[in-house]
Design a protein around this ligand. Sequence first.
Ligand SMILES: [Zn+2]
Length: 165
Amino acid sequence: MTENENADNESPAARRLAAIARLTVDRSNQITWYCRGCDKPIKNGKGYLVADEWAAGQKKRRWKELAKDRKPGDIIAFQKLEEGEWDELFDLVPWAAWHRSCDTTRQRVEYWFPIEDIRTVDDFLHWNSHLMEKPWLEYTNWRDLSSSLSHGMRRAVRLEAGERG
Ligand SMILES: [Zn+2]
């Protein structure tokens, strides 16, 4: 690996992209989720979609703390920022799809649901409205996940059009 590739992999944008759970959507709006561990499709009953709710809650608390006592024009109280904390502050807590058998991450308080409960675009919308109630959601990459889903849907439409043409 060259130095450039290395640097690119560690850029915030690349990190953010890499953190999005991999999925594909077919023309009938069925979602296939790929395991974070082995990258194979996850069958019903074999895995889940999960986020570290505790970490997202911590991030929310930290943002609130840093928002107190900030000087005019600052987004946070920089004097309270710990060494090296700035980058980390903008990292969103990732949602990840895992096979139960592949998941080696042990998180403190996880929010998860079985993969069979989020198999279609309708399912996704259902969870979306449910999760919108959670105060910690905006500290996760759920928004990236939904834009990945919408890209997947558009790709499915284009593929079908291509096959016909
Ligand atoms: Zn796996």
